[in-house]
Structure formats: C-alpha cells, structure tokens
Design a binder for this molecule. Structure first.
Ligand SMILES: Cc1cc2nc3c(=O)[nH]c(=O)nc-3n(C[C@H](O)[C@H](O)[C@H](O)COP(=O)(O)OP(=O)(O)OC[C@H]3O[C@@H](n4cnc5c(N)ncnc54)[C@H](O)[C@@H]3O)c2cc1C
Length: 396
C-alpha cells in the first residue's frame, strides 16, 4: 500500500506497529545491511523521524536542466504488509522530464534496474567503464531525516562532512528523502559482443579495457571462454525491438540495465586495476582445481577512482570481479576461498554483496573508515540506524 497522504496513513501504521518500525530499501542487496523482518532494524522511538520523512517526500524542487543537476525524490513510503516500511525510487526515474530531448540521465548505471536509487547510492552501486565512477560519486547533495527528527541538507559547501558520509551511507545516517545527483542529457549507446577463449583474451586486456566507454566480460568455467561486451556512445537511431544483448543500439537507460532472472548469491571485490587480470587468473585456477562443479560465470568490470569515503574505488582505478552461485546452493566454501584470493590482491568488498569480514578488516582497507563512523555516531549516538551487521562492524 502506498501512502497517498503520507502523514495520516503513517500515523495509523505506526500505532499498529507499536512504534517499532523496521526500515529497508528495495531489497536487491546481497549483504545484510538491512535484514528483512523485524529484529535487525527495530526503531523504537523513530516515529517522529518517519513523520518528518513522510512530509518531506511530498516536496522537491524542479530539475536544473542547464546545470544538469536534478533533485531525486526517494519514492514514497510504502508498507510491504509485514511491518516493513520501504522508501524507494527506481533508478530509471532519474529521467526527470517526459520530453525525451531534455531528459537528464545518469552517466552510468548498474547491470540491472531493479535497485532503488536510495539503495544503489547507499551501497556504491556501479556499472562498468574505466572512465566512469559509481552512482555514489554522482551524489552532489542529500536531504536526510536524522534520528532526532531533524532534517538536514548537505552538499560540498554545507555540512560537507555529512555529505561525504552520505554519498555512500549504508543506510546508517538517517532516512534519505532526497538526493541531488550529477546527471547528463540522455544519450544513445551501441553494443558490440563476442566470445573468445580466456587464454586469448587475457593479453588483450590492457588495450581492450581503456578504449571503449564501457567494457566487461563474463568468464564461463565450463568451456573456459569469455563473453565480452563493449559499449560506445553513438548518434545512430535506436533499433527496436531491442534484440539480443551484445548487438543493441538504444538509449542508455534501455541498454545499460539487463534482465537477469536467475536467482543467485554474489560476492564482488574491487582490486586495483593493474592487478585485475592476475586476480582473475587466480580465481580461474581455484574454480578449475577446487570447485569444478561451479557453472556460474565470473564477471569482470571496471570503475574509475573516486573520493567517496567508503567507496571500493576510493582513490584508485578499479577492476571489480564478481563470483556467483545458485541461490539454492551453499556458496560459503566457494566464496570464502575466493575472498582469500581477493584479499591477497588488496581487494575491497561491494557493500551490497556477500563478504565475511569484520570491522578491523574493513577499517584496514578503507582509509576514511574512522571519519565516516565519527560523522555517523555524532548524529546517532544510540545507534537507532544500526542493524546487527552494522553493530558488528562498528569500531569500538
Ligand atoms: C540481480 C542483481 C544485480 C546487481 N547488479 C549490480 C551492478 O550491476 N552493480 C552494482 O554495483 N551492484 C549490483 N547489485 C547490488 C545492488 O545494486 C546493491 O545491493 C543495492 O544496494 C541494491 O539496491 P536496493 O535499493 O535494492 O538496496 P537495499 O538492499 O534495499 O538497500 C541497501 C541499503 O540502502 C539503504 N537505503 C535504501 N534506501 C534508503 C533511504 N531512502 N534512506 C536511507 N537508507 C536507504 C537500506 O536501508 C540498505 O541499508 C546487484 C544486485 C542484484 C540482486
């Protein structure tokens, strides 16, 4: 049920829920930042904060087309039926105008479009492209309802420390009701896809990766081959119906996200770009020698360096390597073995996917770890916005 007139319905809901309200995003994430159900995210006394968020969600300024900046309203508040409040906005809604010629759109996007913009930015979601940064790096401002119920706006000039923390916030600072993102005019893209043996591909990577706007491949263990995809900007007209992935010409928002219907668990680590190929070779050796039954591919993408405090691409150009397993199978032995390899290559885990690290390990790999926590803890000393996972990794 959506809240058409947020306040009244929310009041009713909060009374039923006895002022104990778990909050979550859009639930595409793999890491238990925000567990489903009541226990991990139980907000006693958050009612005032939620009321402010409901009122806030009705207001946002017009897009600034000239400066390519848009305020994104983070959906409405919705009750999912079991006491979970959702605040969500589909990434695709980054388009801010119905007139296609003046639509603003993000410079890059993840591989699917099921995420909400709030959850995607909260976890550093990214696409691929050696010159393109994550969605969090595009966040130029935010409006947040704090645990106190106060509403604060932040950007590079005002409340700049909070803004730095909010760009990738893990859902731990407060309820983000609006985001300001750096966008650009809508653009068209053309794909090229091909299959190649792994041994043949490997030496080509240094030339292949930096040339196109987007580059990625999936390595398939069963035949030791890679399905490569490059994407370039084009002035060519879109071709409909869109056709197979790897041969499409379309608007960016039609082509960047893909349909991925197979349910899976996923671990992704970011390693320095110059170590990516060696790291993948180690993962390949692991699969071939110790996990020959794994059928799921390994994905290889790139992300440009940024200055977002908890970003896995913080101050370094990055290769992301993702391993997958069927959701019905126990992935832990495979993923733990992969994690050992990733850590040996100076890897940093994706915040929305599986990892087995504790707070000390995360602190060692994120130079701004303590800065981020200092900002967070100052706003929410009692840990209203910390679930069990975040409590676990919180510095002592
Ligand atoms: C099939 C699939 C494909 C994926 N592809 C990619 C990819 O290509 N690239 C990539 O980088 N990642 C990818 N991911 C990971 C995914 O982008 C992240 O896990 C992302 O967080 C999911 O978004 P969500 O809105 O569903 O997040 P959720 O898991 O619902 O939320 C993530 C966190 O954000 C917080 N949050 C959400 N909204 C708000 C708000 N308004 N205020 C405060 N906190 C909020 C939540 O509380 C939670 O802590 C993929 C995941 C899946 C399942």
């Amino acid at each position: 049920m959506l809240f058409p007139d947020g306040l009244e319905c929310l009041l009713e809901f909060a009374l039923v829920a006895d002022s104990c309200v778990p909050v979550e995003g859009h639930a595409q994430g793999g890491q238990c930042l925000c567990a489903v159900g009541r226990d991990p995210y139980c907000f006693t006394g958050l009612f005032h904060c939620l009321l402010c968020a409901a009122a806030e969600s009705q207001q946002m300024g017009p897009p600034d087309i000239r400066h390519r900046i848009g305020w994104i309203e983070l959906g409405g508040l919705a009750v999912l039926g079991d006491g979970v409040v959702q605040i969500a906005l589909e990434v695709q809604f980054v388009s801010l105008s119905s007139d296609r010629r003046s639509v603003l759109y993000s410079s890059n996007q993840g591989d699917i479009d099921r995420q909400a913009i709030g959850g995607a930015c909260a976890t550093g979601t990214h696409g691929t492209g050696s010159r393109l940064q994550s969605l969090s790096a595009a966040v130029t401002g935010a409006r947040i309802v704090l645990a106190s119920g106060d509403i604060v706006e932040c950007n590079a000039e005002t409340e700049s420390q909070l803004w730095q923390a909010a760009r990738l916030n893990l859902g731990a600072l407060g309820i983000v009701t609006q985001l300001e993102l750096q966008l650009r005019e809508a653009y068209r893209l053309q794909e090229q896809g091909w299959t190649i043996g792994f041994e043949e591909l490997l030496p080509q990577l240094p030339e292949l990766i930096p040339a196109p706007r987007h580059f990625e491949f999936f390595w398939y263990p069963q035949n030791d081959s890679a399905v490569v995809k490059t994407i370039e900007e084009t002035s060519a007209e879109p071709v409909y119906p869109l056709g197979e992935e790897g041969g499409r010409t379309a608007w960016s928002y039609e082509l960047l996200p893909n349909h991925r219907p197979h349910l899976h668990t996923e671990m992704e680590y970011s390693v320095p770009v110059e170590r990516g190929a060696d790291c993948l070779s180690e993962i390949r050796r692991l699969v071939q020698t110790q996990f020959p039954a794994v059928r799921w591919p390994v994905e290889y993408r790139t992300v440009a360096a940024d200055d977002v405090w908890l970003s896995s691409a913080y101050q370094r150009d990055t290769v992301t390597i993702s391993v997958h397993q069927d959701i019905r199978e126990d992935e832990s032995a495979y993923f733990r073995a992969c994690e050992e390899i990733f850590l040996g290559f100076d890897g940093r885990p994706h915040w929305g996917k599986v990892n087995y690290l504790d707070g000390d390990a995360l602190a060692a790999m994120h130079p701004r770890w303590l800065d981020w926590w200092a900002v967070r803890d100052q706003l929410d000393a009692e840990g209203v916005f910390l679930n069990a996972y975040l409590q676990h990794i919180r510095p002592d």
